[in-house]
Design a protein around this ligand. Structure first.
Ligand code: NDP
Ligand SMILES: O=C(O)C1=N[C@H](C(=O)O)C[C@H](O)C1
Length: 248
């Protein structure tokens, strides 16, 4: 088996540093390049097979287009992706046959499973709300994971013919009911000491189901990132969510 050459974008960041260390100690991989602000993404052409992007929401889409132009598969953990941005990547991929891109809001296996369990459970409850809790250095809210979780819940409820959730709120302070993601309320907590956490609360008359996932350390994301690095070349085109590379 050939050694996979891996470039890391955002290499000096919290996730980037952890990914560099994971790649350096992974079997069958070598760290081919560390890129950060001001580095030229085009330089990875011929030097890397796969690039991992943990940068910032304002940079990640341009990075992916530059990686595709350089003929390199992309594994993206950076948040901030919306439908039109994903469509532009799909369109680009149509002109770069054989290349793969994974955009995954969360690489922790427990978080991926929690999202799948939430979608499975959501049609069976009257009310579902999502609470995400993160370190206060995070620049986006709500988290990409919470948005993806809520979108999955909303899709599952639509498919089951479930109507809107009960909510008698008429007055109060702006923001008190959180953000509305396709009819699902999402609340964001920022607290020193936290890393990345999510609770999905599901309520029926007389009962509550709580699904909770905690990433206490960024190493929790590494098995998923390494699995994606090993898998992306065999999945040409765009995949959204690590569950697309897992047999759940
Ligand atoms: N999918 C997942 O499992 C996870 C996703 N994330 C997401 O990953 C992203 C990064 O998180 P985190 O590591 O905590 O953030 P950090 O701010 O610690 O790291 C981001 C790094 O990217 C650098 N950077 C900024 N712009 C560019 C650019 N154009 N090209 C290359 N590098 C750039 C930053 O440099 P500088 O500081 O100089 O601006 C910084 O070194 C966030 O969107 C976060 O939500 C985080 C954890 C898990
Ligand atoms: O910024 C973070 O830390 C995290 N970002 C991702 C998100 O927004 O969902 C994944 C994880 O929650 C950690």
């Amino acid at each position: 088996m050939e050694t996979l050459r891996v470039a890391v974008l955002g290499a000096a960041g919290r996730m980037g540093r952890t990914v560099c260390a994971a790649v350096e100690s992974a079997d069958g991989m070598e760290l081919a390049a560390r890129l950060d602000v001001g580095d030229e993404v085009a330089d990875v052409r011929g030097a890397a097979d796969v690039a991992v992007d943990f940068t910032v929401p304002s940079a990640t889409e341009a990075n992916v287009h530059a990686l595709l132009d350089a003929g390199v598969h992309a594994v993206v953990g950076t948040t901030g992706w919306d439908g039109p941005a994903l469509d532009r990547v799909r369109e680009h991929l149509a002109h770069t046959p054989g290349l793969g891109v994974l955009v995954a809001p969360n690489f922790a296996l427990g978080a991926v499973l929690a999202m799948a369990f939430a979608a499975k459970a959501a049609p069976w409850f009257e009310s579902v709300e999502v609470v995400e809790l993160h370190h206060p250095d995070k620049v986006d809210a709500p988290s990409g994971t919470a948005r993806h979780t809520a979108a999955g819940i909303a899709a599952a409820r639509r498919a089951a013919g479930r109507g809107a959730m009960p909510d008698a709120t008429q007055t109060g302070l702006d923001g008190a009911r959180g953000a509305d993601v396709e009819g699902v309320r999402v609340h964001a907590v920022r607290l020193r000491g936290l890393v990345a956490h999510e609770e999905i609360l599901l309520g029926n008359p007389g009962e509550q189901l709580t699904l909770r996932h905690d990433s206490f350390d960024r190493v929790s994301f590494m098995p998923g990132v390494l699995h994606a690095v090993r898998t992306v070349a065999s999945h040409p085109g765009l995949t959204v969510g690590l569950d697309g590379y897992l047999d759940l």
